[in-house]
Design a protein around this ligand. Structure first.
Ligand SMILES: CO[C@@H]1O[C@H](CNc2nc3cc4c(=O)[nH]c(N)nc4cc3[nH]2)[C@@H](O)[C@H]1O
Length: 374
């Protein structure tokens, strides 16, 4: 029995969107869904109990960061990530492919793997497909990601072709190095930038390896939204409809809706918790920077149309005061609200797909949020 399986439940009549359920050893996940990011085995400032209260079905953690701190051996001795962080729902770990290229000021990509510097200590490190699999097997997530290269945007076609071919060879090596097949699923990552023929080559290579799920990588790296949407339009149909499709690093409300419309099932991004720590909140009426002076005497909730614990109990004036005073509780309140907002948005997306009205929902939401405003 495979560790991770996908059940396609309904395809939307209005678009390429679909409803499904991903079954994992730590529970089932209704899709399309958003994964809160807990890079260092914590979704910053929030507790597992709070994440369960807001119906987070799965969280994401990171191989590169946990390898450096505290070390996968310590997490393994704790019984794996679920025990270590007291989270008994599904966990997905990214492979480190992105962090090595985004965090390290020195990196040298070779066939055998990537040589780079530890972004904290400066010591030289080496990450290979086999090492990335050994770390993830030790961390024990339900879903692991293959080690890939996330190329810079934009990238020359010749560079992108060579990078895609190496990522495909690395994916095969990850499969060969995969232990714990009955308790951990391994997803492949499609690369190819904005080159349609390279996305096809990457998809063909990885589909031939029969992964239980596929991620679309190399996006949300600075490209315009219309480029992302165009790449999704010709890439998601290449992927098997009976397996989950995961768009890595995407987390703004409009991108989540537009990704779901194009057949994406899984999303993750640091955006909601990152902007929360800067005092910025996602609301149904646009982004609200609650630290602004305008809210000093505003005793209304962050979002009058939000039913979260924060919006039912705390005012903009109070949260602004905490943020301006650098009080941790302020960051907890904005982080809780932003994650609740995105998780609730994905619940509304699932309901809209069920009722075959996702495109109508998009129009209503974009109008209310102000995305259509020039
Ligand atoms: C928009 O927010 C900024 O951009 C990042 C999100 N964007 C993103 N694109 C990604 C691509 C890949 C990939 O191709 N491969 C692997 N293995 N992991 C990936 C992770 C990714 N995350 C945030 O970290 C933030 O800095």
């Amino acid at each position: 029995m495979a560790a991770v399986t996908y059940e396609l439940k309904k395809t939307c009549k209005q678009s390429g969107a679909r409803l499904g359920t991903i079954h994992t050893p730590h529970g089932s996940i209704d899709t399309p869904m958003f994964m809160p990011v807990g890079t260092l085995a914590t979704v910053k400032t929030l507790s597992p109990e709070e994440l369960e209260d807001m119906n987070a079905q799965i969280i994401l953690s990171n191989t590169y960061h946990l390898w450096l701190r505290p070390g996968e051996d310590i997490v393994q001795e704790a019984g794996g990530l679920h025990s270590f962080m007291n989270w008994d729902r599904p966990i997905l770990t990214d492979s480190g492919g992105f962090q090595v290229f985004s965090l390290s000021d020195f990196r040298n990509i070779k066939e055998e793997g990537v040589h780079f510097r530890n972004h904290i200590s400066g010591e030289k490190l080496f990450l290979s497909p086999e090492k990335a699999m050994q770390i993830q097997n030790a961390l024990g997530p339900d879903i692991m990601m293959a080690l890939d290269e996330c190329p810079p945007y934009p990238a020359e076609e010749s560079y992108m072709k060579a990078s895609v071919e190496r990522t495909s060879r690395w994916a095969e090596r990850c499969l060969e190095a995969h232990q714990n097949k009955e308790t951990q699923g391994l997803f492949g990552i499609i690369q190819g930038g904005e080159y349609e023929h390279l996305r096809k080559q990457s998809a063909d290579d990885l589909i031939s390896l029969d992964f239980p799920g596929y991620a679309i990588g190399g996006l949300s790296v600075g490209e315009p939204k219309d480029v992302m949407n165009r790449v999704l339009e010709f890439t998601t149909p290449l992927l098997p409809s009976h397996k989950p499709r995961y768009l890595m690093g995407v987390g703004s409300a409009d991108s989540l809706i537009d990704g779901a419309i194009r057949g994406v099932d899984m999303f993750d991004c640091v955006l909601p918790t990152r902007i929360a720590r800067n005092g910025a909140c996602m609301t149904n009426h646009g982004r609200l920077v609650v630290r602004n002076a305008a809210y000093a005497r505003d005793f209304s909730p962050i979002d009058r149309d939000c039913n979260c614990h924060v919006c039912r109990n705390y005012s903009r004036a109070y949260i602004r005061h905490l943020i301006k005073s650098n009080e941790t509780f302020g960051f907890r309140l904005t982080s809780y609200h932003n994650l609740y907002f995105l998780l609730d948005l994905m619940k509304k997306v699932r309901e809209a797909i069920m009722e075959d009205r996702l495109l109508d929902f998009r129009e209503e939401f974009f109008e209310q949020y102000g995305f259509n405003r020039p």
